[in-house]
Design a protein. Structure first.
Length: 64
């Protein structure tokens, strides 16, 4: 087997390639799930900021 990127042709490299493939085969949608999770967290942080600002605007001047 020859590598186009010039990676060494050793048993260690073969084992890394096989393990990377097996990880991908076990979780083929992992990257999409991580990307979706990140976007959900950004949305929730934005929503929390909006709720906090709304709360401050509604209760401004009211208090103890």
């Amino acid at each position: 087997m020859t590598y186009d990127d010039g990676a060494p042709q050793t048993v260690d490299q073969y084992s890394k390639d096989v393990s990377a493939f097996l990880m991908w085969a076990a979780e083929p949608h992992l990257e999409a799930r991580k990307r979706t999770g990140f976007m959900v967290m950004v949305f929730l942080l934005g929503l929390a900021a909006l709720v906090w600002m709304t709360k401050r605007a509604i209760y401004a001047g009211k208090g103890h």
